[in-house]
Structures are given as structure tokens and as C-alpha cells.
Design a protein. Sequence first.
Length: 470
Amino acid sequence: MSRLMQCGLMSWLILTQTMSLGVTELSASEVDAKEGTQTNHQAPFPPLREFDEFRQSRVVDRVKLALADQVPARPLGTDSPLVESYLLEGKLAEGNAALTARLQAKPNDDQARFGLGMVQFFQGFEHLTAGLYRHGLRTERLARNSLPQLSATIPQNPNPQPISYAELRVMLQKFVDDLNAAEATLAAIQAPDVKLPLHVGLIQLDATGQGKLVSGKMILVQNRFPFTPADIDSFVVGFDRGDVCWLRGYLHLLAAWGEVLLAVDGQQMFETAGHLFFENPVTPHAYLLEEPRDLEAIMRFDTRMIFDIIAYLHVMRFPLKEPERMKLSLQHLESAVAMSREMWTFYLQETDDDHEWIPNPKQTGVLQRQVTEPMIATWKEVLDEGDLVLKGERLLPFWRGTPAKTRGINLRRVFTEPKPLDPFLWLQGTAATPYLENGVISRFADPQFGANLEKIFGPQQFWGFALWFN
């Protein structure tokens, strides 16, 4: 269930988390250049638990510097695209209908098509979280003091409906269908100069299906990101043709993960440990619902909860239910790589500097992060290597036995010849045995390749850029 929650929440947090963390990732050298002082490098994307001390550092000053350097933001209502009012008012269904009607009347309106794709993207999240709320996701009772951000976004339903594993799969299938619908809409965009300026921090969603809206501003403030409400109100991203590919890439990544979850059979795990995540799961072990189910009881050495966690890990073995979905997941991953490569074709053709989400080397961008030509060239090398791994032309390194220069894992065959999934046997290594081959090992295993990433992107900076670049 934690994987399902991650899939859903990621779709909404991509913009808000990346927006905030991307700005706080300003390198020490950039701040020093502006302030004339010396600092130590901060690792990107600090854990939320560290934000109290993190924001008491110089991050707030960094954000103020970044916002001060922005191109002036568009005021609300000034040449706003049709979709923005629906996103800001949290009326996604109405927005979907209005934009569909606009495209029927004006089939070549790619801004409306871009807006419709955005709406469908966010609707996927709404449908998933509303289903989780309806069926009593235990956001408040699972860990009373550890998940305040989650419970604020999706409060716990006081009168939940029971949920079976079959219903959970239907919910996940709907999420994947929504992602695919959004991707198909965006794939039809042709205009190279399409623009979609949005006040992203003001977008609101109905995360419970009860008409109680959750805004990007609320998420940023509750997670203690170093933004003031005024900063968020004025923050505009001018999404363009390259960003169409960027969003399509993320849609493919989320759909790939969803297909993997649907490929395996989690019935036993659900019936054994579903009571930890839902108030009323349909399980033959109904007596489990009669006991307190607070994860924090582990700290009090509650043996029942401890054994529940052990059982959860013990049944983390997944037979295949729909193995053909693994091939669909592979196709999504390959498409995600293709989209990440294609987006740079459009970014590098841009000559303006208009609230760029991801800038080219001659632009600034709203996150105030410089993107250099060496970064782009190196990122393309990463994409090329990833493409070879997905094609099975490069092998992932194998960590057991005598070190071998040619023995590795054919990742493609993991998807095309799937076996029951056991995460612990993968960690041990024996689950990889059917996929071991002799061949060319991926450059990802080369220490020099990793050292070059550190050199180009900065110490501990690569994964932050990877999240941003998609």
C-alpha cells in the first residue's frame, strides 16, 4: 500500500515539491557570489524532518534572492489561459468539459489541449486520493504524530466504506487509465510555440471528493518550505513545448510503476497487513481489526504491532497475476526516456526567457538554477545509457560471487520474461539468476562515470537534477 500511496501523491507533488526544492537547491557558490560570503555545500532535497533547522539556515535568503531575480510574474487574470481559472478554483471536471468543448470548436487550439492534459493529470490524482479517502486510508491513525502532512492533505474518513483487494486494483487501474488519457491528450500537441502560463502554487484539488480543496500553497506551507504566501501567489511557470514532453515523461514513469503493481498479485499481503493501512479491509483475519493499530506502538514494544510488521515483510512475495503488464511497464519506461530526450530538442531551440520551468543555457528559469551545456550533454549520455539498458544491450552489474567484468543482469528480460517478485531475494541476489548473462556492463557501474556526474552537476547534486529533468 505504501507503493500505491507514493504513486498517487507523486502526481500532485511533482510540481510543488520540485518547485520548492529546486529553488532551495541553489548552490553555495551562487549564493556566495551574490552575498560575498563563504558557505558549505548543502545536499539537495533534504528530508522534511530536517526542514526546521534547514530553513533557519540561509535558505530563506536564497529563495528571496531567487524571487528577486525573477522576471515579473503575470498578475492573475492577465491573459490567463482558459484552464487556469478551473485549476485555481479546483473545478477540474468543469475544466475538462470546457476544454473539451473548446477543442471541438477549435481543434488546433494547442494551448487548450495542453490545459486539458494538465487537468486530466490532476484528475488522476483526485480520483485516486478520493478513493483512498472513501475507503478509509488510515492517514491519522496509522502514525498519529508522524504523518501530519499526509493527514492534512487526505484526512481520515470517519465513516469509511470497506475495501477489498479487488477494489484496490480497480482504483489503481483507474489511476493508470487517467495517466494514459492525459498522455494521449498531450501527445496530440503540434504547435512548437504553445505556451501555458500557470500560477502553480495556487492550483487546488479536491483530494477527498468531498468538496474540501487542498492547494499547492497549503502543501508548501505545511511542509515548512521557505516560501511566504506572497511568494507563492506571484510564482508563475510559463510551461512551453519542451514542458509538454517533460510532463509526458512523468506520466509514463508513473504509469510504468502502476503497471508493475497491477502485474503482481498482492492479495496475501492485503489480507495479512491491509488493516495497517485501511480501517475496514475485507480480510479473513477480521480479528486484526479489533485491536489498536498504531505504528508508534512499536516504540512501546507492542508485540502485536511488531509481529504485524514482521508479517508484512514476510508476505512481501508477489506471484504474477497479469504478467503481460510488465511489458507495458517496459514500454512506458522506454517512452519516458524518449520524452526526456525530445524535450531538450525543444528547449535548445528557445530564444525567449519567459518564466521557464527548465531553461536552456541562455535562459534563467523560475528556479534560478543554471543549466549548462556540459550538463545537457552529460544528461543525454545518461539517457543513452539508460536506453541501452532497457534494450538489453547493456547489463546491470551483479553484486554476488567473484567480481566479473562481463557478468550482469539483463534488465529487459526482467520485464519480457517476468517471474514472481520477491524484493528480498533480489537484494540477496538469487532472484537475478534467471537474468544473468555475459556481455557489456553498463557505464552506470563505472566509478569514472559517477565521478563525471559529480564534476558536471556538483557534489551530491545529480539526483536533484535528475528529478527535475525527468
